[in-house]
Structure formats: C-alpha cells, structure tokens
Write a protein of this length. Sequence first.
Length: 503
Amino acid sequence: MTSTLQPAAAAETEKRPGRWLALGVLVLAVLLVAVDATVLGLATPYISEDLEPSGTQLLWIGDVYSFVIAGLLVSMGSLGDRIGRKRILLGGATAFGLISVLNAYAATPEMMILARALLGVAGATLMPATLALIRNLFHDARERSLAVGVWGAAASAGMAVGPIVGGFLLEHFWWGSVFLINLPVMAVLVLVGIRLLPESRNPHPGPWDLAGVLLSLVGMIATVYAVKEAAAHGFTWAVLGTGLLGVAALYGFVRRQLTMPVPLLDMRLFCSRGFSGAVLADLLTVLGMSGLVFFLSQYLQLVQGRRPFEAGLAELPAAVGAVAAGLVAGRAARRFSVRAVVSGGLAAVGLALAALTALSGATGYPLLGTALLVVGVGAGLSFTVTADVILSSVPKDQAGAASAVSETAYELGAALGIALLGSIVTAAYRGFSGPSGTPARAHESLGGAVEAAAGLPAPTAESLLSAAREAFVHGLHLASGAGAVVLLAAAAAAWVLLKNEKL
C-alpha cells in the first residue's frame, strides 16, 4: 500500500487535551443534520396539503437536498482541508440555520425546492468537517472507534428526537416550525465551537481546483437527475443526454484529479480495498433503506391514521437500536471481524425490509416496531464500522476529502433510493382506480387524495381513500422488497471486499 494511506505511527500516539469536550460540539452538528432529515418526512403530508406540489415536485422536495449535497461534499471536504475544518464547520452551521428559516416560510413548491437546494449547499460543509475533526482529534485507534460510535449514536439520537419534537410541533404549530428548531442548535454549536474546537488543516494544501469543483457538481447532479427521470418517466433523448453529460463530467473529474499535483480527491484512496468496500457498502445500504424512510411517515399518518407525535414515537425503535449498536460496533468488530459485523448488520436490515412486505393498513405495531428495531441495530453496526474503516485508511491531512467520500456515498444513496424506490411507490400509487369524480390531484400523492376526499360526499370519500391507501401500501411493498434485495447484495459485497480488514 502506498504511503498516502499510512499515517506516521508517531502521530497516531498523540492525545489532544479536551478532545472529548470537542467531540460534544461535533455531536451538535450531527444532531443539526439528523433532526432536519427526519422532520421533513413527518412534515411531508402537511407540505403536500399546504403547497399542493405535484407528485414529481414532492419527490424533488424530498431529494434535491441530497442531489446538491452529493455534488458538493467532496469539494467542501477538500475546502475544509485547505482553509480549516473548524472554520468551514462553523460557517456552514451558521448558513444552515439561517437557510432553515427560508425553508420554514416557503410559500410555493418551487420556493421549497430552492430552499432545500440551498440547505444542501450549507449541509455539504458539516458532515465531512465533523468526521475530519474526529480523525484529527483522536489518533488512538480504540479511542477513535469509540468517538465514531458516539458520532453515529448522535446521528441516530437525532433521528429519534427529530420525529418526536417534530410531531409535537406539527400538532401545535404550522409545518414550518419543524425547520426553525435548527436555530437554537446552530446557535449553541457556533458559540461553544468557537471556544472548544481546535483548528486543523492540510499543511500543504495546494490551490483549490474550481474546475474540478464544477465537474464534480455537474457530474453528480446530472447523473442522479437522469436516473431519477428515467425511473419516473422512462428513457427519452433529454434524459439520455443529461445522463451522458453527467458521466462525461465525472470522467473528466477523475482524469483531472489523477493529473493534478494536489488534487481535490486523491484517487489512490480507492486502491485500498477496505476504503472502497466501506464506501460501496454505505451507498448500497442507504439506497436500499431510503425509500422506506421517506414513505414510512406517510404510511403511519395517512394510512394508519396516527397523529404526527404518535408517528414520531412509532419510529423510535429504529433510532434506539442504532444508538445502542453504534456504541458497541467498534468493540464487536475487533472481537469478531469487520466484515462479519458489517455484513451481518446489512443482512439483518435486508431481512427486516423483506418482513415489511407483509404490511397492510391494519398491521399491528409489534411487527412494524420489531422490524424497525432490527433495521436500527443493523444500520448502526454497519455505518459505524464503515466510517471507522474509512477514517483509519487515510492520513490526517486528507481526512476531510475522505470523510466527504463517505458522506457522498450516503447522500448519493439517499438521492438514488428516493428517486428509484420512490418512483416505484409513485408509479404503483398513480394507477389506482378511484370512484367516479375523483380529482386528478388525488392521483399525484396520498396527501393529495386525503385533501381531495375532504370535499367529497362521505361514501365517495371513503371509497377514494380505501383505493388510494391500498395502492400506496402496494407500492410500499414493492419498494421494501427491492430494498431487501439491495441490502442482501450489499451484505455479500461487504463480506468479500472487507476480508482481512481490521480496526
């Protein structure tokens, strides 16, 4: 293995004073992002009712954040390596909080999509910076494993707190309030982070490659957009042209990075089998799970009739399982093996998704709660260990760019998952046969059907809602089944690629 992938042993023995307090600040940044990601799902029925987006616009509201953040993560991770991870983290957190206000007061679907895109720009600065700072704060392998476990547990805790707090807010205020909860977290993060976080950067960064940034952004967005449109509407010349543009831009980005003396992303990192295997596992895992995550809140509220706060509580087992698993994942990987823990976790998630193909509108909570608990445990084990593998595979100077690759895989998986699995749900839903007089908007989304039913006579409304909910659940079955196949394939790939990998 090249020296690019081997930090100096002496540097690994250093222990920075105050590192655990600094980790607490980084946890706040993770909570900021995790809470924002989860409350959107709960707020979707309300956004659908108030802004009246089309089915396609609703998917854009859900995934444009991931599109933008996936296109910018590598560039922002590299920028943090150059100008300072603390600086970019605190600046990004400030922007994230302020743009959340724009999300809260969006008045049209187009404005909401724009606000989510701008939030993606700010969000691209946060997660790579937190992981890169962990890499530079914790040089001891065991301490770093614990720190990454706490980092992952914080993300899972945010997933738990988000729906509960969001559900409470949705029952007492308007849907925009779920975005305003970012403001106090952002304020604490910035004020405390200024004092506690150490600055770190690459001592020999080289110039920031603006052409590479543009190639990365165009390539990621165009490629994912083409996949999304092909899944939703089939192949057209416009979709094919956009896809080819994206592939060409990504090819140009890779070629450029291989020839740059100081690249945005050192492509030699992918020569590490463990690094590549961990990145692939993250991408496939999120791809397989994201359709379920995006539509689960709609199922709980619009199919089963739960109140927002109750729906948030219903999703709690997944976060509890992820928190518990994240804290013990590093120890488990050292006792058994990295590939056993990662593959076992992914296989557990796949089997849980397969069990969700048995859901119906009348399914009792024990089945759903158990499946969500298993999903949380499996994902907590896998994500924590793969993050640790990625961090331990690179030197400290490249921690930002490497962390950005990890987060890019996560966001790209989310975007592709919502696009592909979400399109499966949408296509299955749109084909339902409603009673005579069913408005066209009822076929756009389940939220649109609920709104349309409110203005119809009782027998017609009941027939419409029954058909719409049945079609939605059928689409959820298809998405869960597809997700299960992806997760089981990811488990098999991780078993092969992470062979002999150690923490």
